[in-house]
Design a protein around this ligand. Structure first.
Ligand code: 4NP
Length: 153
């Protein structure tokens, strides 16, 4: 049975598809399943934002085939780890949890680098290309820490 990891942001078109692609690139195909979802419904079925596709591509990661979907409470049963990008995502996802076990799976992704500091991956949607580069760098470092932790378990 594989270890299942879900990346979550608001729209599921900028940050979480990038986090999905980056973490997948750092884990072996067998034994791990990585997915992403949004707390909002606006971009269900949409491809990632072109700026996320481009910054991923620059780093030899293809996320162009991904499609947006909205998180549901059943994801909190299906997945073992749920990483969110910011504090709004954290409270939104925790609010759909039906049990303490579900809520416990949800954590800020930057806690992997800076535990207990409540640091957020900023939403780049209304930003520029350099904001997407910054998001990529943060996610790349966080995913390095997450991947080595998961592989050592
Ligand atoms: P994301 O960015 O949560 O990183 O995918 C956003 C994408 C779309 C919107 C907000 C944030 N939006 O308001 O449509």
């Amino acid at each position: 049975m594989s270890v299942k990891i879900l990346m979550v942001c608001l729209g599921n078109i900028c940050r979480s598809p990038l986090a999905e692609g980056i973490l997948r690139s750092k884990l072996p195909n067998t034994g791990f399943l990585v997915d992403s979802a949004g707390t909002g419904h606006w971009h269900v079925g949409h491809a990632p934002d072109i700026r996320s596709i481009k910054v991923a591509q620059k780093n030899d990661i293809d996320i162009s085939y991904l499609k947006g979907r909205q998180i549901s409470a059943s994801d909190l049963d299906d997945f073992d780890y749920v990483y969110v990008m910011d504090l709004n995502n954290l409270s939104d996802v925790k609010s759909i949890a039906n049990t303490p076990q579900q809520a416990q799976k949800v954590q800020l992704i930057l806690d992997a680098l800076f535990p207990n500091e409540n640091l957020e991956v900023p939403d780049p949607y209304f930003g520029a290309e350099r904001d997407f580069e910054h998001v990529y760098e943060l996610l790349d470092k966080a995913c390095d820490a997450i991947a080595s932790d998961l592989k050592s378990k």
